[in-house]
Design a protein around this ligand. Structure first.
Ligand SMILES: O=C(O)C1=C[C@@H](OP(=O)(O)O)[C@@H](O)[C@H](O)C1
Ligand SMILES: C=C(OP(=O)(O)O)C(=O)O
Length: 643
């Protein structure tokens, strides 16, 4: 599985231009398609959800032209879909599936609407019930109340009253409202039950108004579409930046110092999720806003917990759940039952993954309660939910972590992690690589001490793996068995002490036998894979010095300082000889030299992570240097680069 390892973060600051709003993009596309005339859409969101809508409109025979960049030209059908029979795949896009169901059910064609497996678990029964009151002919192809759907031509009863439930998803009301002008008659929509996610209805009404249809309303209960309502293209329309996507960056600013500014959405927005900024302000963040921008800074004393009804910001509220990891006290997010029927059961998923990091979490049918704790590294599953992936990126302020399947952000924000990297600063790493017995361990340890950084002796992990295999009677050449051992290796580093399965290992991993074992197991790709995240999990604050063979090339390719530390084979053999004699082992210089040369050859020729100087690594040849001189050189370089 694809994954992304995040180092612990030290700060956040900067500015981000947001991608277009998903909710506005898909509404604008559909209304442009239903309009008379040509609409130029600017700043459209480029993502999976909008691609599904664009593909559907093309399949339905509407004019869809890419003008380059984020600009599209839609030629409307004046309420007609030229293609009368089609099978549409709508992925997991609620904003495509629900509104297209309504529009196509009234359009007099034969259409099959499908999605990904999860879409077939997301309810649509309340919308179908509403459409059937108008005479629509809709069949469930799978489970009653859920996609996929088959829509057949039907005699639509003009006018009257349609009742629709609004307590599972507001998208049912949105779908009906957008489709009803197609009937040409006056229709009243009555909402049954408490309407959730109300601000999304405001987006619907505001977007319909831009296309010339004004809906009369009586609060949240009754909406009237007048006879003769027709969509008319506004000519050119601009899509605002996505307010839900803004939430991650505002939270980064609120946790990581800031200020982080988002551009493309602000106080003039029609999106309810701008209210996320108010929630963050309640947690203590300093928020500033302009018509088209928002900015967040961390409060001096840190964030504080909140107890909030989040029904009005169902998507952005997820960001509060991970921001809560950095707030003093217990945060409770209430009235969020709809989380359970979105991309995944978001209450359950959030609780499971927050607990993996160490937080205390309580979940109920419609709430989640998060109490922060000292976080520890974990691999976070994202459940094919873009917001899970984006929300958990915030946790990196507390611990290095792995995000599984990070590409799921493509639903609404394909380059999220690139933007994230641009406004965050990672705990620094000094990567020191070099051949056996070059003295890199000694130098790395002393540099770490001088800077107050942690020290990762990656070679020790391979030696420990070799030792654990020997103890378990596993052959060093048995790749899958050694990898299994490596994945669950119970090791603990504290100062100079190393424990394996709770027992001090001392010099047992420093013997020539374990050197050879380490070199052998290190050549096995599955073993290296198993130890990858374990090593990256050392990338904590205030910083790390790592030594090994692939620190700069594989483990920490973004390390701000990379050193290739070496010495002539003769000098290294001599150093090793002295070390062994001092420790009371017997040793023979010519043998040591021959071994070293053989090992150099094996390490530099192996197919995975061969030992070599990276193009961006600085060469430190210590043949004629003392340890102090080598340490001082690395420290001098560390001052040169900004760590
Ligand atoms: O209408 C919309 O654009 C949306 C409505 C909300 O769904 P619910 O109404 O199902 O809560 C929201 O979660 C979704 O991401 C987008
Ligand atoms: C719920 C979401 O999506 P959808 O539009 O598919 O409902 C979301 O983006 O968080």
């Amino acid at each position: 599985m694809d994954f992304l390892d995040l180092p612990q973060l030290s700060s956040a600051g900067g500015s981000v231009r947001l991608p277009g709003s998903k909710s506005i993009s898909n509404r604008v596309l559909l209304l442009a398609a239903l309009s008379d005339g040509v609409t130029d859409v600017r700043d459209l969101l480029a993502s999976d959800d909008t691609e599904r809508m664009l593909d559907a409109l093309k399949a339905l025979g509407l004019g869809v032209a890419h003008l380059g960049g984020e600009n599209w030209r839609i030629t409307g059908g004046g309420g007609q879909f030229p293609v009368k029979q089609a099978e549409l795949f709508l992925g997991n896009a609620g904003t495509a599936f629900r509104p297209l169901t309504a529009a196509l059910a009234l359009a007099g064609g034969d259409y099959t609407l499908k999605g990904v497996a999860r879409m077939h678990e997301r309810p649509i029964g309340d919308l179908v019930d509403g459409l059937r009151q108008l005479g629509a002919d809709i069949t469930y192809l799978g489970n009653e109340g859920y996609p996929p759907l088959h829509l057949m031509p039907a005699t639509i009863q003009p006018g009257g009253v349609v009742q629709v439930r609004g307590d599972v998803s507001s998208q049912f009301l949105t779908g009906l409202l957008m489709a009803l002008p197609l009937t040409g008659e006056t229709v009243v929509v009555e909402v049954v039950g408490e309407l959730i996610s109300k601000p999304y209805i405001e987006i619907t009404l505001a977007t319909m108004a831009r296309f010339g249809v004004i809906v009369e309303r009586d609060g949240w209960q009754r909406f009237t579409i007048m006879a003769g309502s027709r969509y008319v293209s506004p000519g050119t329309i601009y899509v605002e930046g996505d307010a839900s996507s803004a939430s991650y960056f505002l939270a980064l600013g609120a946790i990581g110092g800031g200020p982080v500014r988002v551009e493309g959405v602000g106080q003039d927005s029609i999106q309810g999720d701008v209210k996320f900024a108010e929630a963050l302000a309640k947690m203590g963040a300093h928020i500033e806003m302009g018509p088209n921008w928002m900015e967040a800074r961390a409060p001096e004393g840190g964030l504080v917990a909140v107890d909030l009804d989040c029904n009005h910001i169902p998507d952005a509220a997820m960001t509060l759940a991970t921001a809560a990891l950095f707030a003093k006290g217990t945060t409770t997010l209430r009235n969020i039952a709809s989380w359970r029927v979105k991309e995944t059961d978001r209450i359950a998923a959030m609780a499971i993954e927050l607990r993996k990091l160490g937080a205390e979490v309580e979940e109920g049918a419609d709430y989640i309660r998060v109490t922060p704790a000292a976080l520890h590294p974990a691999a976070i599953d994202t459940y094919d939910d873009h917001r899970m992936a984006m929300c958990f990126s915030l946790a990196a302020f507390g611990t290095p972590l792995r995000i599984n399947d990070p590409k799921c952000v493509a639903k609404t924000f394909p380059d999220y992690f690139e933007r994230f990297a641009a406004v965050t600063k990672a705990a620094p790493v000094i990567a020191i690589d070099g051949p056996s017995a070059s003295g890199k361990g000694t130098v790395a340890g002393r540099v770490a001490q001088a800077l107050g950084y942690a020290y990762l002796d990656s070679g020790a992990l391979y030696r420990l793996t070799a030792l654990a295999a020997k103890q378990a009677g596993v052959d060093w050449a048995d790749e899958s068995s050694v990898a299994k051992l490596a994945a669950v290796l119970d090791v603990e580093f504290s100062g100079n002490d190393i424990r394996l399965n709770g027992t001090l290992v001392g010099d047992a991993i420093r013997t020539e036998e374990m050197s050879a074992g380490a070199s052998k197991v290190a050549a096995l790709p599955a073993v290296r894979e198993a130890l990858l995240f374990r090593q990256r999990a050392f990338n904590t604050l205030p910083g790390l010095v790592g030594d090994g063979r692939d620190m700069g090339s594989v483990i920490f390719p973004k390390a701000p300082l990379k050193v290739f530390l070496t010495a002539s084979a003769e000098a290294r053999a001599e150093r090793r000889y002295k070390q062994l004699i001092e420790k009371g082992f017997s040793a023979n210089l010519p043998d040591l030299l021959a071994d070293l040369q053989q090992r150099d050859a094996r390490d530099s020729q192996r197919s995975v992570a061969p030992l070599r100087q990276e193009a961006d690594a600085r060469l430190l040849d210590t043949t004629h240097l003392t340890i102090e001189q080598a340490v001082n050189q690395v420290l001098a370089w560390s001052r040169e680069v900004s760590l």
